[in-house]
Design a binder for this molecule. Structure first.
Ligand SMILES: C[S@@+](CC[C@H](N)C(=O)[O-])C[C@H]1O[C@@H](n2cnc3c(N)ncnc32)[C@H](O)[C@@H]1O
Length: 245
């Protein structure tokens, strides 16, 4: 995210994004579905890479209550937020770390909305050595649901995510990394609302006294929300569960 938005002032960016519950679309049902596809054990070792403020850690623990979650992110603000949420839970380890260099091995590497920083094929290729026998990678990735994206959506994503492809393109990238696709599904509207509703509330509190840099950040966030509300049939997130073949 911070790499994807270099044109935005990062101080202003964190005025909007500090202490939000999550930093991309997602809901507990995504993790329940992925755990079902993967047949996740109650004592699974899980990694949440690009964990942001830790929105998914609780859901990962719910599907593996006797397991452990190692959550990592490279952005200090988010690492601190995740640590505050799970400070007292011995089943959770939170690290400031680069997801391109995952240590240890896991039954599930969960990655919500962050794979694109590395690229799907590059990320999955690199994570192969970090997956325990029978383990999986489960990740969400933005993609087009149409061959003819609306201009407004295409313009927005040309700046935000220029390598965005369609569903078949995502699955091709998974297979190019030598993985078998076990399951896929689109994120539901509730996942987007879980991300956007707190942002809209924060924008309402910041807008009136925003300086130029913050105004740019707020405008960008409002455009993202408007693009989704107006064109959600044209794009979204594909959640994929894959296992090294
Ligand atoms: C769109 S946010 C999603 C955060 C979280 N998964 C969620 O759904 O709320 C992407 C996250 O990836 C993190 N990130 C980007 N590149 C990273 C890297 N190389 N290593 C670790 N984290 C990274 C960002 O700091 C950010 O928190």
């Amino acid at each position: 995210m911070s790499d994807a938005l270099p044109r935005l002032d990062m101080t202003a960016f964190f005025q909007l994004h500090r202490d939000l519950p999550r930093e991309g679309p997602g809901e507990p049902a995504d993790i329940e579905w992925a755990a079902g596809v993967a047949d996740t054990r109650r004592d699974a070792q899980m990694a949440d890479v690009g964990c942001g403020p830790g929105a998914d850690i609780g859901s990962l623990l719910s599907v593996a209550p006797e397991g452990h979650v190692t959550a990592l992110d490279k952005t200090p603000h988010f690492v601190e937020a995740a640590r505050q949420r799970f400070a007292d839970d011995g089943r959770v380890t939170i690290l400031r770390a680069d997801m391109a260099r995952i240590m240890n091995q896991y039954d599930m590497i969960w990655c919500a909305g962050a794979v694109y920083f590395l690229g799907v094929t590059e990320a999955l290729s690199g994570w192969r050595k970090s997956i325990l026998p029978g383990g999986v990678v489960a990740f969400s990735e933005a993609c087009w649901f149409t061959d003819t994206p609306p201009d407004r959506a295409e313009t927005f994503f040309a700046a935000e995510n220029p390598t965005m492809t369609d569903e078949a393109g995502v699955l091709d990238k998974v297979r190019a990394a030598g993985y078998e696709v076990l399951g896929k599904r689109r994120l539901q509207d509730a996942a987007w609302e879980a991300y956007f509703t707190p942002i809209e509330a924060r924008i309402a509190t910041l807008r009136e006294r925003a300086d130029g840099a913050l105004t740019e950040v707020l405008d960008d966030a409002e455009e993202e929300i408007a693009v989704w509300r107006n064109h959600r049939e044209a794009f979204g997130y594909l959640l994929t569960v894959a296992r090294p073949a």
